[in-house]
Design a binder for this molecule. Structure first.
Ligand code: PGA
Length: 251
C-alpha cells in the first residue's frame, strides 16, 4: 500500500435543489470519518450555501468548473478568485462532460488549470478515453495527449495542489465500472507519464483518483489498487449513505 492519503470527491453535477444541497452537505460533514480527504462539488449557485453547511468540518468544497481570467466580459463564467472567495478549495478542470459535451479542448483546459493553480485553488484535472478509443487500443495515446497538452507549463511549485482523475468516458454514469485491473493499469500509466513530465518525486506523491460508476459495492476493490488514491464519484455522491459508504471503503 502506498503512503499517499486517500481522497474521495463527490461531483453533484447539475443536480440538487438548494435545500437538498444543504442537507447533503451537512450529512457528509457529520458522517465523514477521519483519515480520508473528502470534498464535494455542488452546482456553483449553491457554493456559498454548501460552504455554510460545511463550516467547521474537514470536508472541502470545490467547483465543477472555472474560467482562466481573473475578471472580465465572460458572460456566465466564474473566476478562480471568485471561487476562492465563495469558500472553494478545489476546482475540477476538464471533466468529460465539458470536454465531450461542451467541446473544451487541450489548450483551453491547460489555461484553466494553470490559472486556478496560480490563484491558489487545488485542481482535479480529469482525463479519460472514449469506448471507441479503448477498443482501438488508443487508451494510452489519448491519456498521454490529455496529460502532455493539459498540464504543459505548470510550474513545479504548483504540482502539490494538482490531482488527476482518471475517468474512462464509457464508465461515467453508465454503471459499467472499470475493473480494478483496468483502473490500476491506467493509473500506473498516468503516474509513469507524470514522472516523465515532472520527475519521479512529484509522481510518487501525486494523487490519482478513479471515476466512473463508483459505488459502495465496488469501491474497496478499486481503492486498494496500488496506484488508485481515491475516487471521483458522480451518481453515488448524491445520497449521503452511498457517498459515505465509498468514503469508508477508502479508510
Ligand atoms: P458517475 O460519474 O460516478 O455517475 O459515473 C463520475 C463523474 O462524472 O465524475
Amino acid at each position: 500500500m502506498s503512503k499517499r492519503p486517500k481522497f474521495v470527491a463527490g461531483n453533484w453535477k447539475m443536480y440538487t435543489s438548494r435545500g437538498v444541497a444543504k442537507e447533503l452537505a451537512a450529512a457528509v460533514a457529520q458522517g465523514a470519518p477521519a483519515g480520508v480527504q473528502v470534498a464535494v462539488f455542488p452546482p456553483s449557485v449553491w457554493l456559498t450555501t454548501v460552504a455554510d453547511a460545511l463550516a467547521g468540518s474537514a470536508v472541502g468544497l470545490g467547483a465543477q468548473n472555472c474560467h482562466f481570467e481573473k475578471e472580465g466580459a465572460f458572460t456566465g463564467e466564474l473566476s478562480p478568485q471568485m471561487l476562492l472567495e465563495a469558500g472553494c478549495r478545489y476546482t475540477l478542470v476538464g471533466h468529460s462532460e465539458r470536454r465531450h459535451g461542451l467541446g473544451e479542448i487541450h489548450d483551453f483546459l491547460n489555461k484553466k488549470a494553470k490559472a486556478a493553480l496560480a490563484a491558489g485553488l487545488h485542481v482535479i484535472f480529469c482525463v479519460g478515453e472514449l469506448l471507441a478509443e479503448r477498443e482501438a487500443n488508443q487508451t494510452e495515446a489519448v491519456l498521454e495527449k490529455q496529460l502532455t497538452d493539459g498540464l504543459a507549463g505548470i510550474p513545479a511549485e504548483h504540482l502539490p495542489n494538482l490531482v488527476i482523475a482518471y475517468e474512462p468516458v464509457w464508465a461515467i454514469g453508465t454503471g459499467k465500472v472499470a475493473t480494478p485491473e483496468q483502473a490500476q493499469a491506467a493509473h500506473a500509466f498516468i503516474r509513469r507519464k507524470f514522472a516523465a513530465l515532472f520527475g519521479e518525486k512529484s509522481a510518487s506523491v501525486l494523487l490519482i483518483l478513479y471515476g466512473g460508476s463508483v459505488k459502495p459495492e465496488n469501491a474497496a476493490d478499486l481503492l486498494h489498487q496500488p496506484d488508485v488514491d481515491g475516487a471521483l464519484v458522480g451518481g453515488a455522491s448524491m445520497k449521503a449513505d452511498s457517498f459515505l459508504g465509498i468514503v469508508r471503503a477508502a479508510v
